[in-house]
Design a protein around this ligand. Structure first.
Ligand code: C5P
Length: 221
């Protein structure tokens, strides 16, 4: 039987690394849905598009096949490898113009649904349990306080030897939450049947083990 684990939550809640590890342990495919929205923004920036040129942004989504290879560790759009580019601060900031466009969402949601047709998956994003995979066998809403999420981002940047300002990062996290929660189509929202997990005071392995236990029906909360 094909199983689908949907993991949603705000930026910096640890969805990506947790979902990747859950997928690895269960031998499921890991799908990073946010990478698809990021690809549209990266290509729009490459083309020098105006952020309000919704038709041109939509055209990118219509004309570029997005490939999430090797458990989403290699991300390509129209054959162009965008793996590193989509993580830049510039792309992170611009991605909301793809995510807030209902027509683009329709296209990407359809593609995300197709990926989950033939293999068991762990898919993470903002609207996976509510819109993309409403019948997922397991739904998790991963959360953490904005200050904990900002500190995690800050530590990641510092660990790379790059300069970072905690206050600025915190503001960016709060801004992204607001954009993600308030868009009209596919907003970030906990599905009614999702299990809520606040990871603020949890260790990485604890979160992974708890999700696996929930997906195995061993825990209900
Ligand atoms: O998960 P990640 O931070 O890479 O996602 C980048 C952006 O893409 C999010 O801030 C959100 O606006 C958008 N996104 C979305 N729906 C998803 C996944 C991501 O709108 N399923």
């Amino acid at each position: 039987m094909i199983k689908q684990i949907a993991i949603d939550g705000p930026a910096g809640a640890g969805k990506s690394s947790v979902a990747k590890m859950v997928a690895q342990k269960l031998n499921y495919l890991f799908v990073d849905s946010g990478a698809m929205y990021r690809c549209i923004a990266a290509l729009a920036i490459r083309k020098g598009l105006d952020q309000n040129d919704t038709a041109a942004w939509l055209d990118i989504a219509l004309t570029h096949k997005i490939d999430l290879e090797d458990n989403s560790t290699i991300v390509k759009a129209g054959g162009i490898d965008l793996t590193d580019e989509i993580r830049s601060p510039e792309v992170t900031l611009a991605t909301r113009f793809a995510a807030n466009n209902p027509e683009i969402r329709k296209i990407l949601v359809n593609r995300q649904r197709q990926i989950g047709q033939s293999v068991s998956i762990v898919m993470e994003g903002r609207d996976i349990g509510t819109v993309v995979l409403p019948n997922a066998t397991c739904k998790i809403y991963l959360d953490a306080s904005s200050s904990v999420r900002a500190k995690r981002r800050y530590d990641q940047i510092i660990a790379k030897g790059l300069p970072a300002n905690l206050q600025e990062i915190h503001q960016a996290v709060v801004d992204r939450d607001s954009s993600d929660k308030n868009r009209k189509v596919g907003p970030l929202k906990q599905a009614d049947d999702a299990v809520y997990l606040d990871t603020s005071d949890m260790l990485f392995d604890e979160v992974v083990d708890k999700i696996i236990a929930i997906s195995n029906g061993q825990l209900n909360d």
